[in-house]
Design a protein around this ligand. Structure first.
Ligand code: PLP
Length: 448
């Protein structure tokens, strides 16, 4: 139920006591205060109905209003709200969820550690990579090769693994050892290309050159989102990851994938790596594991890493963990969430609806030359704005303007780096709702 204008204004005023993520007071002068949500829609205190084409923050994959998730959390909290998963303790939902996730993303990933979210997962991955090499007697291997435009989260290490400089500027000095190479960005590859080379080959060569420049004995890992999300929905060419896997093997570098956005059906396959049959050594996940109903994330590690941890003398224990590692209510919700994916065949639905959304976004390019490229894979899509299709000069101001105007007309998409407006709706979205997104964007672009 909408509230009165005075009540809404009072809430907005009170909200100023909070510090919000990426806080700038300008962005919170008149926030959308969401009161209720159902399916793909948000309902705000000032009476608006908004189609959430971002699924929250790329996470509410099963859509809003699922009673089963609430009931699973309620039952678990009444029965046993919390127990530690630390040394010598465990709980049934975390045991069951870790078992269910064994081999779920890739047959070689059978061991799961739980965190509360994606940044903690990536920090866990970095620490585990360092730990592994220390256990292998290679104590100097600590550096991580990451990519420009990557987003890996907001804890200190994840911030400096991120390849978007805005996230670094006010938080330096940088943590040493994060090296950024060009992303495999087919529309605008930033690195050097040799004659006859593909973007995938050039970007993979950049990884190899970085490892050689830094010294393979100092490089612990390489990290990549299979498909970049926040950085502008950047989809690698098919030859990239197979080459990177070979390079990592050649130089004893662990291959880490950040599946925080890609995982659990977002790209039309269960995980991003499944598009290229990529075998990671460590995989980070979060978001879609509970579809945002409760916080949860984690990493999965290979047998070799698990063996290194399990065979360590006590003095070399893996001294890592969180109060909420394996939180029973979050894990109970995770189990129900996996049931829903399977029962409703949501990964396949994501692929099919993704094709429709991608086709719709591409069709906008016919009338609107401001769009340089429309791209997508499953229900992870983006349109990149340019000042001129020939020069491909990016136009972030138009991207921001379009996203704001769309929200005012009832569609929530998000303007992200690389002058891109991103779309990542719940995987449950239907054809009519996709039509609604495309029609609204056509109207917005017409008006700008
Ligand atoms: N990794 C990727 C690829 C992400 O997109 C995000 C968040 O958007 C994170 C990590 C960080 O996850 P969290 O915000 O749960 O810490």
């Amino acid at each position: 139920m909408p509230i009165t204008a005075a009540e809404h204004a009072a809430l907005v005023e009170k909200d100023k006591l909070q510090l919000h993520p990426l806080q700038h007071p300008k962005a919170h002068a008149d926030p959308l205060i969401v009161e209720r949500s159902e399916g793909v829609y948000l309902y705000t205190t000032d009476g608006r109905k908004i189609l959430d084409a971002m699924a929250g923050l790329w996470n509410v994959n099963i859509g809003y209003g699922r009673k089963e998730c609430a009931e699973a959390a309620y039952k678990q909290m009444l029965n046993m709200a919390y127990t530690s998963n630390y040394v010598g303790m465990s709980n049934r939902p975390s045991i069951e969820l870790a078992a269910r996730l064994a081999g779920y993303a890739h047959p070689t990933l059978n061991h799961t550690f739980f965190t509360s979210g994606g940044s903690e997962a990536n920090d866990s991955a970095f620490k585990t990579a360092r730990y592994y090499w220390k256990r292998m007697g290679k104590k100097d291997k600590y550096k991580v090769i990451a990519r420009k435009s990557a987003y890996h989260g907001i804890t200190l290490a994840a911030t400096f693994a991120t390849g978007v400089s805005r996230y670094h500027e006010m938080f330096g000095p940088a943590i040493p050892g994060f090296i950024h190479v060009p992303a495999p960005y087919p529309y605008r590859y930033e690195g050097d290309m040799k004659p006859g080379e593909t973007v995938g080959q050039a970007a993979a060569r950049a990884v190899e050159e970085a490892i050689l420049r830094e010294g393979p004995d100092t490089v612990a890992a390489y990290i990549a989102e299979p498909v970049m999300g926040v950085g502008g929905v950047i989809i690698p060419p098919d030859d990239y990851f197979p080459l990177v896997r070979q390079i990592c093997d050649k130089y004893d570098v662990l291959l880490m994938v950040d599946e925080v956005i890609n995982g659990f059906g977002r790209t039309g396959k269960r995980f991003g790596i499944n598009h290229w049959n990529l075998r990671p050594d460590i995989l980070s996940f979060a978001k879609g594991v509970t579809s945002g109903y409760l916080p949860l994330g984690g990493i999965q590690v290979s047998d070799a890493i698990m063996d290194a941890i399990n065979s360590a003398p006590e003095s070399e224990s893996w001294m890592h963990g969180h109060t909420y590692s394996g939180h029973p209510a979050s894990c109970a919700v995770g189990l129900v969430n996996l049931d829903i994916y399977e029962r409703e065949n949501l990964v396949e639905h994501s692929r099919l609806m993704g094709e429709k959304l991608q086709a719709g976004l591409k069709s906008l390019m016919v009338d609107f030359p401001q769009i340089g490229e429309a791209r997508g894979i499953g229900l992870l899509c983006g349109i990149e704005f340019v000042k001129d299709r020939k020069t491909k000069e990016q136009d972030p101001a138009t991207a921001a303007k379009v996203a704001n105007a769309a929200q005012a007309r009832g569609i929530r998409a998000r303007s992200v780096p690389n002058a891109t407006v991103a779309f990542s709706p719940p995987l449950t979205i239907n054809e009519d709702e996709i039509d609604q997104i495309i029609k609204t964007f056509a109207a917005v672009l017409d008006s700008i």
